[in-house]
Design a protein around this ligand. Structure first.
Ligand code: GBH
Length: 464
């Protein structure tokens, strides 16, 4: 417990790390600048019909050229850390062998700029932009990628390891495997459960190899970022279904990393368990279980799980998710522009019920949390994003609650610093604390950005 509240504010622990996050493909642009090779997101976004409005990341927020403005915005927010990711094909154009010195130069400029500004670089090695040449060799479905990724991690560790404050090997491996190879809504756009379950296992092996490679070249703490789900059953019979959904998303990553096995609940399910699908070889769990310094958690919204009515017809607010289950949007909860629920208590539930029992005393960082709304600039030149402010305050209060419960949450990174390329949604969905006019690349701090800056400065959340 810590001296955490007065009548009018919730104080965060001393040294709590405040941050903001982005990802390379979502902000950089410079798609073929200075020797960068193509990534699967270049290919996917240039394939008609894949991304809303035909948008792509060729220019994005042009951070390849405007990173200095981004750093100035981070200073205005007053954050202690910036979470950015490296574009693998900017550094290794074909993903193997040859290193593009100009790619390293770009990240050296960014990292040096951050350090000079007193902002700790928190660097994600992989946030979804795989070199296309590796996809052509099978991508995450090819077990060899564990070695390719280990080499890339070694290159990054040697180049930047002296100035990076913390490393994150992978961003959301569940999304990479499930959305990239099962649903196909993300690059590489494959719909094949067998490849998805293979990717799940190879992502974990790659993560383990990266941890070792980073340990050899950098003293900075190393972790992984998982997007964990909270599945809330609305009836007693739905509880078993909710547990399976959590095992398929949380257990398949938490259990191998922290317990050296895949979830028992999925035993025999070759469509979701890499063990059942026969991918596990001797020694794999030793690689996957390499000790970590922290766990990164991304969280946006909970899910409510109910049983499909006997007549097989979904009711209002229900979406059929299986032979006898539905996902429910309960009445009375706000819904973001992404159609995601707003229920701040769910992040506290995630941390106390799901994370802490697995990670114990290991430090936890919220590496992404945020929301998308229909932001616009008013005539007097402001973005009055009151919904984002409410979301931010609600979730920070809930994180504070989790800390009071004893969960060692050491920091919080808002998603995102900037409005940016929101994957399959293109530029239509804005998550930034900073508004970006994509026609002019002008950046404008939203009211949520001002509120975040005041929370960061106070290391406390006003209760009002
Ligand atoms: C993160 O992914 C990404 O790391 C980041 O790049 C991205 O910009 C950001 O989120 C915003 O999307 O079943 O309708 O409730 C988050 C991916 C979001 C995937 C929540 C599962 C559930 C949608 N996850 N989503 S729903």
């Amino acid at each position: 417990y810590f001296p955490m509240s007065t009548d009018d504010q919730l104080r965060f622990p001393d040294g709590f790390l405040w941050g903001a996050a982005t990802a390379a493909y979502q902000i950089e642009g410079g798609a073929d600048a200075e020797g960068k090779g193509p990534s699967i997101w270049d290919t996917f976004s240039h394939t008609p019909g894949k991304v809303f409005h035909g948008d792509n990341g060729d220019v994005a927020c042009d951070s390849f050229h405007r990173y200095g403005e981004d750093i100035a915005l981070l200073k205005r927010l007053g954050v202690g850390s910036y979470r950015l990711s490296l574009s693998w094909p900017r550094i290794q154009p074909t993903g193997r062998g040859e290193v593009n010195a100009k790619g390293l130069d770009y990240y050296n400029r960014v990292i040096d700029g951050l350090v000079e500004a007193g902002i700790e670089p928190s660097v994600t090695l992989y946030h979804w932009d795989l070199p296309q040449a590796l996809q052509d060799a099978g991508g995450w479905a090819n077990r060899d990628i564990a070695d390719w990724f280990g080499e890339f991690a070694a290159i990054a560790g040697e180049a930047f390891g002296d100035r990076v404050s913390r490393w994150i090997t992978l961003n959301e491996p569940w999304v990479v495997a499930h959305v990239g190879y099962r649903d196909g809504r993300h690059a590489p756009g494959i719909q094949d459960p067998a490849l998805a379950v293979a990717a799940n296992h190879h992502l974990l092996l790659a993560h383990g190899n990266a941890v070792s490679a980073l340990r050899a070249s950098s003293a900075a703490p190393v972790g992984i970022t998982l997007n964990l789900t909270v599945e809330r059953p609305v009836t007693p019979e739905a509880a078993a279904h909710a547990a399976v959904l959590e095992a398929r998303q949380n257990g398949v990553y938490l259990d191998p990393i922290f317990h050296g096995r895949y979830p028992e609940l999925l035993d025999g399910d070759a469509s979701f368990s890499p063990a059942a699908a026969g991918h596990v070889r001797d020694g794999d769990f030793e690689i996957i279980g390499a000790p970590l310094d922290f766990l990164g958690v991304n969280f946006y919204a909970p899910h409510y799980v109910g049983m499909l009515h006997a007549d097989g017809e979904p009711r209002r607010g229900e979406t059929v998710t299986g032979p006898d289950t539905v996902s429910i949007q309960p009445d009375g909860l706000p819904i973001t522009a992404m159609n995601w629920l707003v229920e701040p208590g769910s992040i506290r539930e995630l941390l106390t019920r799901i994370v802490a029992p697995v990670t114990g005393a290991l430090p936890v960082y919220i590496t992404e949390n945020g929301s998308s709304w229909h932001d616009y600039v008013t005539q007097d030149g402001q973005v009055n994003d009151l919904e984002r402010i409410a979301y931010l305050r609600g979730h920070l209060a809930a994180v504070h609650g989790a800390i009071a419960d004893g969960v060692p949450v050491k920091g919080y990174f808002a998603w995102s610093l900037l409005d940016n390329f929101e994957w399959a949604e293109g530029y239509a969905k804005r998550f930034g604390l900073v508004y970006v006019d994509f026609a002019t690349q002008e950046r404008l701090l939203k009211r949520s950005g001002e509120v975040y800056a005041s929370i960061v400065a106070a290391n406390a959340l006003p209760k009002a």
